[in-house]
Design a protein around this ligand. Structure first.
Ligand code: MRU
Length: 355
């Protein structure tokens, strides 16, 4: 059975509550923009593409129910809702790109029928689901081909290390970095995949491990602190991670810990890939220094499953993302248009504006 995290039928949206995984599969109703914002803010849904898709679908669900007298009324409601959704989490670019694109669609439309224009917006949002899955499959196949042409393998195939969760739970389906793992497996070319625990929020242990076990992929969980010894003692063909925002110069913001894995990969000569559909690429921010990094509450560090593990009174710093400089992305950045060297992704900005 294929995993499903977003259930959408015209006017109705349910999402798998990722706060309860891996112990419980429970879907929650998202009936309006406020529900969508809260689900993103509280991380019932997370992962850059899924944040934008659920955010936009929450808007579509509310839009469908609402009656507007004029195009101006529709535009004002839309801009207000979309700008609000962008505020839920700051680092991933996907929601803000979608918001800009939908607002531009409204402002540039020649349509003078308010119902028709409203339906056009809803149709566009609904298309995001299929488009994301297709983009993920395309980029995963490109990356799998690239890995075959450049990376070392054992007799049993390629061994991949991944970080955080980038699969069905973080996208409309298939996944980005985890999609690459799936594509290698489909070709009979996956020897093994290692996933990091991804402290402090444990997306690797809770969510990636759940997907790997569900799909019966040959896999092993490691703590984040084991990456260096893993690279030294076991043959890792490539590291493949996702992205929350790719800057114009190819610097990549992704889950905290990605940067240190890239440093270790460089030291051990392990190719380092980023799997990032064009929706994750920022057309405006030139380099990683200007990316806003979300800081999350201290209790994500001090508590594990509701139990305090840190000494009371200790100060905490909890940035949720870090930036990997383009020069450490030695394998390339895989997109639905092909695999690019990190310093070549600026070409993409001119091809696909605001995805
Ligand atoms: O804080 P999260 O769980 O939303 O962070 C997720 C990541 O960093 C992912 O690697 C990224 O969004 C890519 S998901 C295809």
């Amino acid at each position: 059975m294929t995993l499903e995290a977003i259930k959408y039928h015209a006017g109705s949206l349910q999402i798998l509550d990722q706060l309860l995984l891996p112990h419980k599969s429970h879907f929650v109703d998202i009936r309006c923009v406020e529900d969508g914002w809260k689900a993103i803010k509280t991380m019932q849904v997370r992962g850059a593409p899924a944040i934008a898709i659920v955010g936009c679908l929450s808007f579509a669900v509310e839009l469908k129910k609402k009656k507007f007298e004029t195009i101006q009324e529709l535009t004002e409601f839309s801009n207000k809702s979309l700008n609000y959704l962008v505020t839920a989490r700051p680092t991933a670019v996907n929601m803000s790109k979608s918001a800009k694109m939908l607002s531009a669609m409204l402002s540039s439309s020649k349509c003078d029928d308010v119902e028709e224009l409203k339906q056009g917006i809803i149709d566009h949002i609904e298309d995001m689901l299929d488009k994301d899955i297709q983009d993920n499959k395309d980029l995963s196949n490109y990356a799998a081909e690239h890995i075959q042409s450049t990376c070392n393998k054992s007799n049993d195939g390629y061994t991949i290390l991944t970080h955080c969760n980038t699969g069905f739970l973080a996208t409309a389906g298939y996944g980005t970095a985890l999609g690459v793992v799936r594509s290698l497996h489909k070709e009979g070319l996956l020897d093994h995949v290692y996933c990091t625990e991804t402290r402090p929020y444990n997306q690797g242990a809770r969510l990636t491990a759940y997907e790997l076990v569900h799909d019966e992929l040959p896999s092993t969980l490691i703590a984040d602190s084991m990456v260096a010894v893993l690279m030294k003692t076991r043959k890792i063909s490539a590291v493949v991670v996702g992205a929350d925002r790719v800057a114009v110069n190819g610097d990549v913001a992704n889950k905290i810990g990605t940067y240190q894995i890239a440093v270790l990969a460089k030291h051990h000569n392990v190719p380092f890939y980023v799997a990032a559909p064009v929706t994750c690429h920022d057309d405006i921010i030139q380099d990683g220094n200007d990316i806003t990094i979300e800081e999350r509450p201290a209790d994500e560090l001090t508590m594990v499953s509701g139990v305090r593990v840190a000494a009371k009174g200790i100060n905490c710093w909890n940035p949720a993302f870090d930036v990997t400089p383009a020069k450490l992305i030695t394998g390339g950045i895989a997109t639905e248009l092909g695999v690019f060297a990190a310093d070549e992704v600026k070409q993409l900005k001119n091809q696909v504006k605001n995805g």
